[in-house]
Design a protein around this ligand. Structure first.
Ligand SMILES: NC(=O)c1ccc[n+]([C@@H]2O[C@H](COP(=O)([O-])OP(=O)(O)OC[C@H]3O[C@@H](n4cnc5c(N)ncnc54)[C@H](OP(=O)(O)O)[C@@H]3O)[C@@H](O)[C@H]2O)c1
Length: 253
């Protein structure tokens, strides 16, 4: 795929201040997109937007709380006013860092609600906020960052796995509704990937899952960027409602 594949396009990436979101933002900017770096961590978003701008790219930092409809709407308004259009929404923000692994019978109800609110409702609210801008131009790419844990039934964080499974279901339903408007909706399901968030989840993070892969090495944020670029670019215009697992072949569906 040409490195210029997103030239002239405006891409919103949520939860972009660090981890996978940062890798997506840098890759999209390198591919020519004007990137809206949206995160509840406004200082982190501002730093990354400055880094992209310093490298010659275009970026705007926006404070975003994905569970608040008004915040998602304000993000969409600022993005469109800044870039004149919205081509891409990458729903990457999630509660993932800091989750304590527990059996379902010990999970805290308030934590369950928070995980579902951010990981599922947040993605819907952001999609709802940006969709009118995409519909006006009859073009758009929505990419939801799910997780390969959905397919392995990863234990000890049922709320997280359920939120990502529901996000895949949401992806399919939204895809059916958005198709008539030139908008594709797909999910990217990363396998266990080394970020600050995942490194904090377990002591043996660097080697976790490696032996199960067809490609036997750890996964890094940059490994996710190509698949995200593909699903966000016109190269995937006839693909919708799908989930692309990116895990070095740790599981096959
Ligand atoms: N790393 C992996 O192994 C892996 C595997 C499969 C799927 N994923 C998915 O990939 C995505 C990125 O993961 P990551 O490892 O990069 O984790 P991360 O660093 O924790 O990234 C999540 C980002 O979302 C932000 N965020 C959380 N709640 C938010 C809210 N309510 N409103 C706006 N922003 C919010 C976080 O901000 P704060 O830093 O302030 O919390 C953070 O910047 C997530 O969707 C995760 O579920 C990761």
């Amino acid at each position: 795929m040409s490195p210029e594949t997103l030239t002239g396009q405006v891409a919103i990436i949520t939860g972009a201040a660090g981890g996978l979101g940062r890798a997506f933002a840098l890759a999209f900017a390198a591919a020519g997109a004007a990137v809206v770096v949206a995160d509840r961590n406004e200082a982190g978003a501002t730093l990354l937007a400055e880094e992209i701008t310093t490298q010659g790219g275009a970026a705007l930092a926006v404070a975003l709380e994905v569970t608040q409809a008004r915040s998602a709407e304000a993000m969409a308004e600022r993005a469109e006013a800044w870039g004149g259009r919205i081509d891409i929404l990458l729903n990457n923000a999630a509660i993932y860092a800091g989750l304590e692994r527990k059996p379902f019978w010990e999970l805290d109800e308030a934590e369950w609600d928070r995980v579902l609110a951010v990981n599922l409702k947040g993605a819907w609210l952001c999609a709802k906020a940006i969709f009118p801008a995409m519909r006006r131009r009859s073009y758009g790419k929505i990419v939801n960052v799910a997780s390969a844990t959905v397919f392995s039934g990863s234990p000890l964080w049922a709320h997280y796995v359920a939120s990502k499974g529901a996000l895949i279901a949401l992806t399919r339903s939204m895809a059916r509704e958005a198709g008539d408007y030139g908008v594709t909706v797909n999910a990217l399901a990363p396998g266990f990937t080394l970020t600050d968030a995942s490194l904090g989840l377990m002591e043996d993070a660097a080697s976790y899952g490696v032996s199960r892969g067809a490609i036997k090495r750890a996964s890094y944020p940059d490994d996710m960027a190509g698949a995200a670029l593909f699903l966000a670019s016109p190269a995937s215009n006839f693909i919708t409602g799908q989930t692309l697992i990116v895990d070095g072949g740790r599981q096959f569906l």
